[in-house]
Design a protein around this ligand. Structure first.
Ligand code: GTB
Length: 217
């Protein structure tokens, strides 16, 4: 039996591949592991059957035999650990790739999500115009630092790894902000990730869910 992941039945991003099942799909595609997807509604996500899998009532989850996981970082790390292709063999290089995964999730993602949430939900607030530049500047600090480290390398530390996969998925959340245009090296890095055949397959699979849902409604 292939592993089963969960994804939005109806993703608010309308097929742009911004929800966190995208990183899990991409990891599974990179390692060539077939998988099933169970689509869940917002209502079902908060019911006890789903909360048994995910204590916070969210997607994605991952089920493989006796193992159930939540948290996209833990899921991608598990996939990368069990299959060749996403983490280097060399122990030190492997540790560094995992460090980049953590950097993506705990140093880059929080200010990026904060900015995205403000742009989505706070536009009508009286303080939005004052808050927006503050949030953008916080993201710019990290993008500048990342850009300097990346330089003109293709990937963050040698060959493509789960660290790059996670970083690219996090950076893609800036697509609507225009901030990536200020950092051409990072924009090219994201485009390089998106050009990988495994990314394309994962993207097309989640887009197909949106297209099927919009035909049905
Ligand atoms: N830390 C967890 C992880 O990495 O797995 C966070 C999981 C999470 O935030 N899941 C979101 C969810 O289930 C979906 S991805 N939300 C429903 C809920 O909490 O009730 C976040 C997301 C949602 C929508 C867009 N979008 O529309 O662009 C982008 C990202």
């Amino acid at each position: 039996m292939p592993p089963t992941i969960t994804a939005f039945e109806s993703s608010p991003d309308r097929g742009k591949g911004q929800a966190r099942d995208m990183r899990v799909r991409w990891a599974l595609e990179e390692v060539g592991q077939p998988y099933d997807v169970r689509l869940v509604s917002f209502k079902a996500m908060k019911e006890s059957a789903h909360r048994t899998l995910h204590p916070f009532g969210q997607i994605p989850t991952y089920e493989d035999g006796d193992l159930t996981l939540f948290e996209s970082g833990a899921i991608v790390l598990h996939i990368a650990d069990r299959h060749a292709g996403l983490l280097p063999e060399d122990a030190n290089a492997r540790a560094r790739a995992i460090a980049w995964m953590f950097a993506a999730l705990s140093t880059l993602e929080p200010p990026i999500v904060e900015l995205g949430m403000a742009m989505l939900f706070e536009r009508d607030k009286s303080w939005y115009a004052e808050r927006l530049p503050v949030l953008k500047d916080r993201v710019r600090v990290r993008l500048g630092e990342l850009s300097r480290r990346l330089g003109d390398a293709d990937w963050l530390d040698g060959a493509f790894s789960a660290g790059d996969l996670m970083m690219v998925t996090v950076l893609r959340r800036l697509n609507a902000s225009g901030l990536l245009d200020e950092y051409p090296g990072i924009a090219t890095y994201v485009a390089r990730g998106e050009a990988r055949p495994a990314f394309r397959r994962a993207f097309d699979a989640q887009l197909a869910v949106f297209i099927a849902g919009s035909k049905g409604s």
